[in-house]
Design a protein around this ligand. Structure first.
Ligand SMILES: NC(=O)c1ccc[n+]([C@@H]2O[C@H](COP(=O)([O-])OP(=O)(O)OC[C@H]3O[C@@H](n4cnc5c(N)ncnc54)[C@H](OP(=O)(O)O)[C@@H]3O)[C@@H](O)[C@H]2O)c1
Length: 284
């Protein structure tokens, strides 16, 4: 570990499932850390005023939920950003907001890195996130040791926008896979075949995935403790559909899964795990 006195100070914004765990690792690595959260959820030791949290930070790291959250925070900490400071976005956001962050940080003269990630609650707890990082190469190299504190891999990509597109299109696969697993599980259960047997049949198959191991049994048991919330997967599907539309494309698979997620969200299930998609078949 580096000498703590030489480490940059960090402000972590957003203390949900991922941000709360990332902040713990960053503090444990010796970085001076302040945190900001909108409300006490996973922890209570945070600043309530965004500009107070950001004022003395060399690095502002955002594990916020979505586009409104990221735009709200940037709008409220502008005075604390400038030369020598770096704004790092870890939230999964849309095309327009990625462009907005690039332009705003350039205008303010601060560094910018777009680094959304893959890895859920357990990966965050184990400092095993994988970042898709796009931005200026000098900023990337300067921040590499910082990103390594919370990750096992950093995939450098060609631009901030490429990071957003790769993140959204990998989530397309994740959402669609869980929709498919929920359908397959429902058919098996209806024919008297157990979730365990279904999972065993998947494991040697080319369709095997970490997701199947994570979700098949928990869906059958009705365990929807959130690792990644339905409301967050839904907004990612919406951002993904926007990407397709911008390219003049139709993506009916994720469009249908988004419709199913919207229905569950409208039933008040947004803060459960997105695998609560499985419940769409209970009422069929
Ligand atoms: N969990 C995962 O497995 C996972 C994996 C890959 C990527 N991601 C992405 O990483 C980001 C964080 O994920 P997460 O699971 O930690 O999300 P989360 O548990 O929903 O936490 C989001 C945080 O953002 C805050 N927030 C929400 N709306 C806000 C607003 N309008 N203004 C200010 N703050 C707001 C929340 O505050 P409150 O507590 O007050 O609501 C919370 O602190 C999201 O973009 C997500 O899509 C998550």
């Amino acid at each position: 570990m580096s000498d703590a006195s030489s480490l940059p100070s960090v402000a972590v914004f957003g203390l949900g499932i991922i941000g709360s765990r990332a902040a713990d690792h960053i503090a444990a690595a010796g970085y001076p850390v302040t945190t900001w959260s909108r409300s006490p959820r996973e922890r209570t030791d945070f600043e309530t005023d965004p500009s107070t949290a950001a004022r003395n930070a060399d690095i502002v790291a955002c594990y916020l939920k979505d586009v409104p959250a990221v735009r709200y925070i940037l709008g409220n900490i502008r005075d604390s950003l400038g030369p020598g400071k770096t704004f790092v976005n870890h939230a999964t956001i849309d095309h327009a907001t990625t462009d907005y962050l690039v332009a705003e940080c350039a205008r303010l003269g601060c560094g910018f890195l777009n680094a959304p990630f893959t890895g859920s609650k357990i990966a965050a707890r184990n400092a095993a996130l994988v970042y898709y990082a796009g931005g200026d190469s000098e900023v990337m190299e300067r921040l590499r040791p910082f990103l390594e504190v919370t990750s096992t891999q950093i995939m450098e990509v060609s631009s901030p926008l490429a990071a957003t597109i790769l993140k959204l299109t990998t989530n397309l696969i994740t959402a669609s896979t869980v929709q498919a697993l929920a359908e397959g599980l429902t058919v098996n259960l209806a024919h008297g075949i157990s979730a365990e047997t279904y999972l065993e049949s998947i494991k040697p198959n080319a369709c095997a995935s970490v997701l199947a191991s994570m979700k098949v049994i928990s869906m059958a048991e009705g365990d929807f403790d959130p690792h990644f919330s339905l409301s967050n997967m839904l907004k990612d599907a919406r951002y993904m559909l926007d990407l397709a539309e911008r390219a003049g494309l139709e993506t009916p698979g994720i469009a249908n899964t988004a419709t199913q997620m919207q229905k569950r969200n409208d039933l008040g299930e947004g803060e459960f795990d997105f695998s609560i998609l499985f419940k769409q078949f209970e009422e069929a």
